[in-house]
Design a protein around this ligand. Structure first.
Ligand code: SF4
Length: 216
């Protein structure tokens, strides 16, 4: 067991549990696996506010694999334009929708193996879908969820995939469900990638600050 993990989780739970959850985290309240999968693909390399705007815009026009496949590519690209990388994302949305229709009876599969078999679905997206749409005990690891446990000294890893495996061993399961939501929010507000706000960090006295060269 990593030292102080319980106390750190309790502090973050108090400060970051319900506060300003991400679009994807909010989608858990009324889970629709297809929408969660598509929003997750749209969220790649863009800000959270864009994910929400673009998802709402797209789902108002097309919210099933059949409807997305039917959309003409220029129309789809226009709908998702503000999420950035719209050309690539349109291709990915079409491909994923086509595979769901052809191989999964138009339903989003609920195993990691099946999800990863779809080109364009990576480990983070697969875990987001499994956790947020199907309520499974998995740890979706994005850049914040990878960076912060390394700074804290909980894990010593180079990739999000390694972090997932390492965290599975040290983080008690009771925290898995909310880990992503809390750490993404904490990473955006306090433990930012460049120059984190260590001076106003509620867990600074428990942090090893590994790899932090500049802070505020
Ligand atoms: S003390 Fe600094 S590096 Fe450690 S968790 Fe807080 S903000 Fe991040």
């Amino acid at each position: 067991m990593v030292k102080n993990i319980e106390i750190i989780m309790k502090i973050l739970e108090k400060d970051f549990y319900k506060k300003g959850k991400t679009t994807l985290n909010r989608m858990r309240t009324k889970p629709d696996a297809f929408k969660i999968l598509i929003s997750c693909l749209l969220s790649l390399r863009t800000q959270d506010k864009n994910t929400k705007i673009v998802s709402d815009k797209l789902f108002a026009v097309a919210d099933s694999p059949e409807q997305i496949v039917k959309l003409l590519t220029p129309r789809l690209e226009k709908l998702i334009f503000s999420s950035g990388h719209y050309h690539k994302k349109a291709q990915s949305l079409k491909h994923v929708s086509r595979v769901l229709i052809d191989e999964f009876d138009s339903k989003v599969p609920s195993t990691k193996e099946e999800l990863l078999s779809i080109k364009g679905v990576g480990p983070k997206t697969a875990n987001i879908v499994l956790a947020f749409a199907f309520g499974q005990d998995v740890l979706p690891i994005d850049t914040h969820c990878h960076r912060i446990p390394n700074r804290l000294g909980w894990v010593k890893t180079k990739t999000p995939e390694q972090t997932e495996k390492a965290l599975e061993k040290v983080l008690p399961k009771k925290y898995w469900n909310e880990f992503n939501g809390m750490f993404v929010q904490f990473g955006k507000e306090i433990c930012q990638p460049i120059s984190p706000w260590c001076s106003k960090c509620p867990i600074s006295k428990y942090c090893s600050r590994i790899g932090v060269v500049r802070s505020r």
